[in-house]
Design a protein around this ligand. Structure first.
Ligand code: AMP
Length: 460
């Protein structure tokens, strides 16, 4: 029996899971600030959803889907992306009729593509993305780009390049497609096999070809900008103008066409080069679409969205040594004899009820190795229960970072733990949180000018 993981999949455990949770947490909370709410479509859909939604001309549908017949002979597919499933969800549940427009959704989870596995490219990977459906203003395009930018900023990514282009409306794209066909007509024979089929299905995708010889030819191809209808050109100029107003740096990239067939007007990608100079390529991408909701039988509603690859963002955070806050304030309880296990279990429960994360070493051993283990699991404090402590109604509280330890009466335990674990006491004399003896500290950091941010936020 094969006991290895499937090629192109990845086991996530330990720190990687912490990092994923952190990234997804930041992405969802920033999206919530923009008014987006989570949707969870199923991983499995009828294959038709993606054939219709992503488009028969896309590499994803032509070559990369995990499609199979289930026991009832239905053709099902593991989602290769989220957008089509979200559109199906919106139409099937008639959200366009029951919910206020635009519908603003975020999503996260695994997606599956049969690609050649390589660094940063897997067959099962995770995406986080958003869709804003049913608002026709170009400001929604800008808002979604801004959201992507804010997410990356909040994660601390500094070298983000936003590449942006427009695919124009139907008229612009038809004209451009024809111009490309004319241009490539006598060149396509000498180009790669992929380009040959792209020539037939969607010549715009030839611009995306990564084969160096083909890229040389592509350099001289006609530019989209020269085939834009007046409306599309004005729309794109306004989008760029608004990005400038918001101080979001961007590069217009004529060759950016995106691999999925459904886009029109604005398309964009977030690229990244790490501090050490590693080029991660696109870490997130998206664009505007007009026909997807109608494709699933709903009304003609425009939309705009993007998705980030979580694996790529996680490697960047590691590469750039960006701090991922350590939320683990684990307390490890060390009963020195098995007969103290029951008491330790009760301690652990009461600590957990007080909001601490606590565990008990029920398996005994020498005190030094128990402490070593506590440090390895990331505990900040060890509580040692020995014979003397049981006799005297005390407990040893050991700060595992400083190594200091003290014998504490049980009714003073919470105070002792607070002193070790909540060091960020408010030091603003004007804050007022310590005015009365029994007041709890606000535990907020304060601005340099001495103003209390806690109270500032409250006042807003
Ligand atoms: P797409 O849905 O193709 O626009 O991809 C959106 C993002 O998902 C990309 O920018 C990548 O960060 C990520 N991504 C796409 N394909 C893969 C893959 N095979 N493995 C890991 N991440 C991927």
């Amino acid at each position: 029996m094969e006991v290895k993981n499937v090629k192109g999949t990845k086991d996530l455990y330990g720190e990687e899971v912490t990092n994923f949770n952190y990234i997804e947490g930041v992405m969802s909370s920033v999206s919530s600030l923009f008014g987006f709410k989570e949707m969870r479509p199923p991983v499995l859909e009828h294959s038709e959803v993606f054939v219709r939604g992503v488009g028969e001309g896309s590499d994803v549908v032509r070559k990369e889907m995990y499609t199979f017949l289930d026991k009832g002979e239905r053709s099902l597919t593991l989602r290769p992306e989220f957008t089509a499933g979200i559109m199906r969800l919106i139409v099937q549940n008639k959200l366009y009729a029951t919910e206020p427009l635009p519908i603003k959704a975020f999503y996260m989870g695994p997606v599956f593509r049969y690609e050649r596995p390589q660094l940063g490219r897997y067959r099962q990977f995770n995406q986080f993305g958003v869709e804003c459906v049913g608002g026709s203003s170009l400001y929604h395009d800008v808002e979604v780009i801004l959201l992507g930018y804010c997410i990356l900023n909040t994660l601390g990514l500094e070298n983000v390049t936003l590449k942006i282009n427009t695919l124009g409306d139907d008229e612009s794209r038809n004209n451009y497609r024809q111009a490309l066909k004319d241009f490539f007509k006598d060149k396509i024979e000498g180009m790669c096999e992929d380009c040959k089929s792209r020539y037939e299905i969607n010549p715009l995708r030839i611009l995306d070809c990564k084969v160096p010889e083909d890229q040389e030819i592509v350099k001289d191809a006609p530019k989209m900008m020269n085939y834009l209808s007046l409306e599309s050109k004005q729309r794109f100029d306004q989008v760029l103008g608004q990005l400038e107003m918001l101080n979001i740096p961007f590069e217009v990239d004529d060759n950016l066409v995106r691999g999925l067939d459904y886009y029109s007007e604005t398309v964009f990608e977030f690229h990244y080069t790490s501090k050490k100079g590693v080029n991660y390529g696109a870490i997130g991408a998206g664009g505007h679409y007009d026909k997807l909701i109608a494709e699933f039988g709903g009304p003609e509603l425009p939309g705009v969205g993007f998705s980030f690859g979580i694996e790529r963002v996680a490697s960047i955070l590691k590469d750039d040594e960006l701090n991922i806050p350590d939320e683990n304030v684990m307390i490890s309880i060390l009963p020195m004899k098995a007969e103290y296990n029951s008491q330790a279990a009760q301690f652990a429960l009461s600590l957990r009820l007080n909001g601490y994360s606590a565990e008990v070493n029920y398996d005994g051993g020498k005190v030094a190795s128990m402490i070593k283990r506590a440090v390895r699991i990331g505990a900040k404090v060890a509580l040692i229960i020995g014979e003397d402590e049981v006799k005297n109604g005390t407990i040893v509280v050991k700060n595992l970072e400083s190594g200091e330890q003290q014998n504490v009466e049980l009714n003073k335990l919470n105070e002792a733990l607070d002193a070790i674990l909540q060091k960020d006491e408010c030091d603003d004399p004007n804050c007022g949180c310590h005015e009365h003896e029994d007041d709890e500290c606000c535990h907020e950091h304060h601005h340099h000018d001495g103003e209390c941010c806690h109270h500032q936020n409250k006042d807003k």
